[in-house]
Design a binder for this molecule. Structure first.
Ligand code: BEZ
Length: 252
């Protein structure tokens, strides 16, 4: 199986999570003709939605495979590191969904976004917020410790705290017009092991197939009393941080 096929299938199996993009689009209120940058665009699903609304879209992502997938949709998609990017163009708005928590240098992200926004430009984002998947992470931590592996070193996520993110935005010069931390218990129709198979690649790297399966089972066993019921099946303990920040018209 080629790498690209694999990444498409990954996204396909997590496609239900894409509905998460709707609130951040509503917050942005995009208008046809606006030039908008999607940071951490993944395979371009959200970028495509905005393009369908008539926006002039550019998507960036650090993964070449994701960008390849986004390009197959006909999008202007470029490989770039959202934590430290420079562009000659400027944008009316920047949007980001389910991506900022994969970017540990959140100062770098906000600085980069500021640079590419026109005065009066909007930055609307939603990402995992402080406390996101706390129970699942605890389950993974225990399963890793059991194998003598370091959770911290393998954890790729940083879930920003509301006050800290507001401060980073304001210190940069943004006016924060909306910010909220939202508990969002999220059904996992394919189950927790399938979710881990997509999202816990870094945590399970180096484990052979059999041990990976065992790892998933151990995490499920830990989480089951809190995140599973006969009636609802598996639910992930998602927490989102959603905000809209404006670059003032008189900004340099
Ligand atoms: C997300 O895409 O929102 C997400 C991914 C991994 C962990 C938690 C949330």
């Amino acid at each position: 199986m080629s790498d690209r096929k694999w990444i498409h299938e990954d996204y396909d199996s997590a496609q239900y999570l894409c509905n998460f993009g709707k609130p951040v689009i509503e917050l942005l209120e995009p208008k046809a003709g606006e030039k908008i940058l999607d940071i951490g665009c993944g395979n371009g699903i959200l970028t495509q939605e905005l393009s369908d609304l008539g926006c002039d879209m550019v998507g960036i992502d650090s993964s070449e495979k994701n960008i390849e997938a986004a390009k197959t949709l006909g999008l202007d998609a470029r490989v770039a590191d959202a934590e430290h990017f420079h562009m000659d163009e400027t944008f009316d708005a920047v949007i980001s969904n389910a991506a900022l928590h994969w970017m540990p240098d959140q100062y770098g992200v906000i600085r980069s976004v500021w640079r590419v926004l026109k005065p009066g430009g909007r930055f609307a984002a939603e990402c995992g917020g402080e406390g996101c998947i706390r129970i699942i992470r605890e389950g993974m931590k225990i399963a890793l410790i059991k194998r003598g592996l370091d959770y911290k070193e393998r954890n790729p996520w940083k879930y920003p705290e509301l006050g800290a993110m507001a401060k980073i935005l304001e210190n940069q010069g943004f006016r924060v017009s909306y910010i909220a931390r939202i508990d969002k218990p999220t059904p996992l129709p394919n189950g927790l092991a399938a979710w881990l198979d997509v999202f816990a690649k870094n945590h399970t790297k180096g484990l052979d197939d059999e041990d990976r399966e065992r790892f998933f089972k151990e995490v499920e066993d830990y989480c089951r009393p809190m995140l599973y019921s006969e009636k609802a099946g598996w639910t992930a303990d998602y927490v989102r941080l959603r905000f809209l920040a404006i670059k003032p018209l008189d900004a340099e």
